[in-house]
Structures are given as C-alpha cells and as structure tokens.
Write a protein that binds this ligand. Sequence first.
Ligand SMILES: NC(=O)c1ccc[n+]([C@@H]2O[C@H](COP(=O)([O-])OP(=O)(O)OC[C@H]3O[C@@H](n4cnc5c(N)ncnc54)[C@H](O)[C@@H]3O)[C@@H](O)[C@H]2O)c1
Ligand SMILES: CC(C)=CCC/C(C)=C/C=C/C(C)=C/C=C/C(C)=C/C=C/C=C(C)/C=C/C=C(C)/C=C/C=C(\C)CCC=C(C)C
Length: 596
Amino acid sequence: MLHFSGLRAMLSLSLNSSSVSPPKFPPHSSFSRRSMRSWIRSPCLRRKNLGFWSWPKAVLSAERAVENGGGKAEEAEEYDAIVIGSGIGGLVAATQLAVKGARVLVLEKYVIPGGSSGFYQRDGFTFDVGSSVMFGFSEKGNLNLITQALEAVDCKLQVIPDPTTVHFHLPDNLSVRVHREYDMFISELVNHFPHEKEGIHRFYNECWKIFNSLNSLELKSLEEPIYLFGQFFKKPVECLTLAFYLPQNAGDIARKFIKDPQLLSFIDAECFIVSTVNALHTPMINASMVLCDRHFGGINYPVGGVGGIAKALANGLVNKGSKLLYKANVTNIVLKDGKAVGVRLSDGREFFAKTVISNATRWDTFGKLLKVDDIPQEEKNFQKIYLKAPSFLSIHMGVKAFVLPPDTDCHHFILEDNWDKLEMPYGSIFLSIPTVLDPSLTPEGHHIFHIFTTSSLEDWQGLSRKEYEEKKELVADEIITRLEKKLFPGLKDSIVLKEVGTPKTHRRFLARDSGTYGPMPRNVPKGLLGMPFNTTAINGLYCVGDSCFPGQGVIAVAFSGIMCAHRVAADLGLEKRAPVLDAAFLRFLGWLRTIA
Ligand SMILES: NC(=O)c1ccc[n+]([C@@H]2O[C@H](COP(=O)([O-])OP(=O)(O)OC[C@H]3O[C@@H](n4cnc5c(N)ncnc54)[C@H](O)[C@@H]3O)[C@@H](O)[C@H]2O)c1
Ligand SMILES: CC(C)=CCC/C(C)=C/C=C/C(C)=C/C=C/C(C)=C/C=C/C=C(C)/C=C/C=C(C)/C=C/C=C(\C)CCC=C(C)C
C-alpha cells in the first residue's frame, strides 16, 4: 500500500525534476483608485444600476420566482435530479445539470433563493444576508466560477470593482489595506515589515504558483477519472503542483519563509477571514485561491446586491426548462433498496428522481434527512476530522451617511488589542459597507453597516424569549461600541435601522445545523485531503455546498456545484464515463481521505 509520506515524497520529486514555470502573475496594472471611484459614480452606471426595483431583465423578483418556479411541479413526474436547497452550491449544480440536458427540480424551504447568499429588504434598505465579498466574479481566467455559472444560463450581471478587498485594523495599530493592485498591497506590507521583504515575496509567490496552476485547468469533477487523467495529460506540471500542495496548509508554508511573529499573525488573520481558522489550519490551495484572485480578477460587487446572483441563477434554471419550488421543506430522503430515489416534504408531498443532491450541510443530510439506523462510515470519518465551524452574530444596520469618514473602504476586519482573541467568539469584528460601492442599496444619505462576529449556538440556548432579546441587544451594543471607539465616532447616533441575528437565526432561516457556516478541522488537517467530494456512500445521493471539497465560501461552493453536476451528469449518461475505472478511482479517493 502506498503510504502517505511516500506519496508526498514522490510528488515532491516529480515537481523538483520537472521545472515549475515561474508565476505569470502578479499583474502590474495601471489601475487607479480614483479612476475607479469616478467610474462607479458615473451617471451612466447610476442610470442602469438603480437597485432592486430595476434588476437586469433576466432576474425574477422573489414573488415572480415563487409563482413561476414553483407550484407547477407534479408529484408524478420523474426528474433526473432533485436538488434539496437553493444555496449557491445547489443552484450551480442544478443549472449546470439543466444546461447538460437534465430535468432538475430544486426544492427550497424558504421563499427566495440563495440561502446564505440571499438578501432581504427593510424600509428601502437592501441587505445581503451573508458575504458581500465576491471572489470568482471577474471576466478573466478559468477561476471566475460565479461569472461562468451565470453565463451558462445566459446571464450576466453588472458588477462594481472593489479597490480594496479588506482593510485590516489589527493589534499594535497595524493597519493594512489589501489593495486590488498586487504591487500596492505588497509594498504596503513591506513598509510595515521591511526586514521580511524577501519572506513576503516568497510566501505570496508560492500562492501565485498554485493559483496559476488552478487557473490553467478546466475545472470539473475531481471524482471523474476520464476528465482528471485528461487534465494530467494536458497540464502535467500544474496538476502535480496541485497534488503536491493538496495535503499542505498555509501556516506551514508561511513559516518556511517568514520569521516575524507579528507578520505570521497577519497571515493568520488573512486566512481567518475566509476560513474562521488560523493559517496552520487553512489548506494552502484555498488560501492561494483567495489571496491571489482578489488581485487577479479582483473582488467585484453585483449591482443591486449579492442576492442578484441567486435570483439570476434561479431564473436561468427555469428558463432552461427545469423547476424550482419554494416553501418546500424536505424532511426525508426516500431510499429504495438502499438507493436514494426521491424526497418527502413536511406537507407530505413526495417527488422522485434518478438522483438526489443535497445542498443541506452533511450534518443535516446524514443526521436529519436520511433516516437510517447508522450513518455511513465515510460520514463518521468526516465528522471525526471536521467539526461544525462557529456561526455568526450579525447586525444589519442602516446608518446616516455623516458617520463615514471620506474614503472609507467597503470591508473591514477589526481585532483591537490582542492577537490571542483572533479565534475567540466575539474576538474580532467583520464589517461590510456595500453602499460604499453601490449607493442604490439605501435611501439617499444613508449607508448599510453589516457587522458580524463569530458566535456559537450554545451561547444562545436555554434562554427565555425575553432573556434572548435582552442578550441580543446587549451583545450587539458591545460590538457597536467597539466599532464606535475604533473607527466610527458617533456611530450609535447615526443608526436608523438595526436587526440582530444570532446562530439561532441562521439555523432557522438557512436550515443549517447549529447555524454553522461549514466544516472546520478538529486538529491540524492534511490540507484538503480529508474533504469529501460530492458522491456519498448512499447510491444515488450526492452532496453539494460548503461541507464538500473545497469548503466554505461562495466561490468554493460554486466549484462544488460544478464538480457535482459533472459527476452526476456522468452517472446519468449525459457525460463520458468509464464505470470500471470509476469504481476503482472512487475507492482510491476514499482511501486517500482515510489517511487525512
Ligand atoms: N460572511 C460570509 O462570507 C458568508 C456569508 C454567507 C454565506 N457565505 C458562504 O456561502 C456558503 C454556503 O453556501 P451553500 O450553497 O453551501 O449553502 P446555503 O446555506 O447558502 O444554502 C442552503 C439552502 O438550502 C436550503 N435548505 C436546507 N435544508 C433544506 C431542506 N431540508 N429542504 C429544503 N431546503 C433546504 C436552505 O434554506 C438554503 O437556502 C457558506 O459556506 C459561506 O462560505 C459566506
Ligand atoms: C484528486 C487527486 C488525488 C489529485 C488531483 C490533483 C489536482 C488536479 C487537484 C486539483 C485541485 C483543484 C482544482 C482545486 C480547486 C480548488 C478551489 C477552486 C478552491 C477554492 C477555494 C475558495 C475558497 C476557500 C474561498 C473562500 C472564501 C470565503 C470563505 C470568503 C469569505 C469572505 C468573508 C467572510 C468576507 C470577509 C468580510 C469582511 C472582512 C468584512
């Protein structure tokens, strides 16, 4: 049997013997902050971007989507695939399958699509439920998976480039702006750590090596051997580079080049904002993806809000002849002779399909939807390696515009005085002000503050209704006070609207076990090696979303959707497949996960 360290040594050898081409990027661009701001504010864009009530034509309103997508699905019909949940993971899997000719039915518990990438409106303010930081949404390369997913259903959304991915406010008054222009970011970092100039270049260059390899591949299912071997044949150096880094973490690689503890803590913060764990626990491939895409394609915000992505995909799905049913709460996955053949809803309706894809988390899928005496060994292994990442306390606020100093950035990460608090509940604060980019999200003279901080369900359990409401107010007030002290004097007086969500809110509205935002390694992981792909131990049942490879993040779940659709299409006979090779290869991948 091939031992893990042997495999790693073999890959290392083959990498060293074949010369890895130097990074093609970082790019040098003449992009200027001022020119972008004036472009954003150009009357031409304003005329087109007027927010929610003037979505691009292809996007349905929530109400119309319910009417059009839902209501018409017949229980007697048999579909090629049923998708449980319309998060970005589920929608990408569904639309990709629909484009390949499959008949798909998406069942969503809530009244609009998008899950944690959805939106809601109050008093003229349009809030993103979750992230406002969109990776993979550019016009360039192979990794713009959100753009590609939309294009597949003939959709294109107008976007606004963000000049600064995030502005870090860290202990010892370390303030770092991650500029869209790579050179500007690197020189700002080198200014803070001149003695680590070489280490900084070498660490980020290592990230570019991985990013460039990823960006050179056509991304499809890593569980489909004909495709994967084809990629190895066409791009051997790039594939071996990725295989080499697959079991590695960003923190170990940073430590090869960097010694300064404060700079290593900065790299921890860089990883934490996308993985909720430090760099030693963050897979190097994931870190490279986000640390480079923000400079390659850049972070781009969809005009009118993030909710437009899910709405456009939902609309595209219906236009391709598939169906989407809202207020459809799946409670059971129906098995026949051990194979997933359909689902049962809380109102008793049943739908049947050749395959079932769950966009619910793996904990929900195997803990609640699948009624079996014992969960499959593969899932036990997954739960042994990964636990549920914490949920968030989120505060959505409408504020008066006076509170924003000129040139405030859109996204901020605040860790005030102590690096040790990075991973503690409420230790750090995330803040997005999407109206810096798109003023159409609020009534004139206002901004949106979306504040979030990690929090776990346990902290909110066992309280009476009154205690729960009081605690929400108290905790939110503490967070707002911290922000007021650090960055925005007068913040409290500027608030015109405030809504506080807890892990219970996330659990209720997103149907996520404990309100979790995905898996987090229990111990130091072997990079991405332990992450399950889309197939499961149950014949006909697939998973998609953030508890599948490569994990949390909108672009990550979009990739999971693309991979899932490819594997399912192959199993449905809509893509090439080699059954004997498949069985052997899936067994090999299963074995690889056991050594993680
Ligand atoms: N702050 C951030 O950066 C941020 C915020 C939000 C989301 N995100 C990213 O989005 C990712 C999640 O995307 P995703 O696609 O995996 O999942 P998701 O949670 O966004 O979507 C799952 C959908 O499935 C639906 N659902 C669940 N169980 C169901 C059932 N039994 N019946 C019917 N519908 C059901 C939910 O209502 C939801 O709409 C997160 O990991 C996160 O990284 C990031
Ligand atoms: C299989 C075998 C054995 C071998 C093979 C080899 C190969 C070829 C491999 C390959 C691989 C691949 C392709 C991979 C891929 C990957 C990917 C794509 C990944 C991705 C990732 C992504 C991510 C992770 C992302 C994330 C993001 C996030 C989470 C975000 C978030 C955000 C936030 C939170 C915001 C912040 C805010 C403030 C600050 C305010």
